[in-house]
Design a protein around this ligand. Structure first.
Ligand SMILES: C[S@@+](CC[C@H](N)C(=O)[O-])C[C@H]1O[C@@H](n2cnc3c(N)ncnc32)[C@H](O)[C@@H]1O
Length: 214
């Protein structure tokens, strides 16, 4: 998926993926991860997701990364948070008390850039991030996450299933087999729940996985 595709989506306010409510599977299952209050939570491809505010309310320091400056500025405006702006390598960092967003390309993140920013990253929340990318990028994305995360880090991954051809991606269809192939070599994988959601007017199965880096 080209970066321009996402810039265009933000410029034209074509944001069908954005949810005004906190994600129900996040609210329901976050407790199952037993992430210590104060533990840093990484939200890759974060958009302007309100879930970051929910995570901060649970006592976490949140680090997001997002390509679009429109998304980042909208997030802080909508949450009525003021954010200090600074340069951090190839990123522009926006930081409020408990939420920091790196504006730039996820694939340029390094452990050096992440170290000491939100304390240690204890957990990751991935909603509409893995499934925002086509198959070749998903491999790159998961390899990057693997490079960035330490053993013991937990990932709450939200995945979708829908009938082939029903929805014009993104979101992409990612089978359970692919989730297992991508994560099992370096994570313990546990399916927490299957529920339903509506995407682009179609009812889809939605899955919550708990992954833990080995
Ligand atoms: C489907 S949206 C999901 C946003 C968010 N996770 C949510 O639940 O609302 C995908 C987001 O990833 C961002 N994005 C796409 N490619 C990216 C990249 N290489 N680095 C950082 N952000 C990226 C897009 O701008 C978009 O906001």
């Amino acid at each position: 998926m080209e970066q321009q595709f996402w810039h265009d989506r933000w410029e034209t306010n074509d944001l069908g993926f954005h949810q005004d409510e906190f994600h129900p599977l996040l609210v329901k299952h976050w407790g199952n991860l037993n992430v210590a209050s104060g533990g840093g939570v990484f939200v890759p491809l974060c958009g302007k997701s309100r879930d970051m505010a929910w995570l901060a309310e649970q006592g976490h320091d949140v680090l997001g990364v997002e390509l679009s400056e429109i998304a980042v500025r909208s997030f802080f405006d909508e949450q009525r948070l003021s954010a200090a702006r600074s340069e951090a390598g190839p990123f522009t960092s926006y930081k409020s008390d408990h939420i920091q967003i790196f504006c730039g390309d996820f694939f340029l993140l390094t452990t050096e850039l992440m170290t000491g920013l939100t304390g240690d990253i204890s957990a990751v929340f991935d909603r509409a991030s893995l499934i925002a990318m086509p198959a070749d990028m998903r491999i790159k994305y998961v390899n990057k996450l693997k490079d960035l995360l330490l053993p013991g880090v937990q990932i709450l991954l939200i995945n979708l299933h829908y009938e082939e051809g029903r929805i014009n991606p993104p979101p992409y269809r990612v089978h359970d087999d692919e989730v297992n192939a991508l994560y099992e070599p370096w994570c313990d994988v546990e399916l927490l729940e299957e529920s339903e959601t509506v995407v682009k007017g179609h009812v889809c199965a939605e899955f919550a996985y708990r992954l833990q880096v080995k």
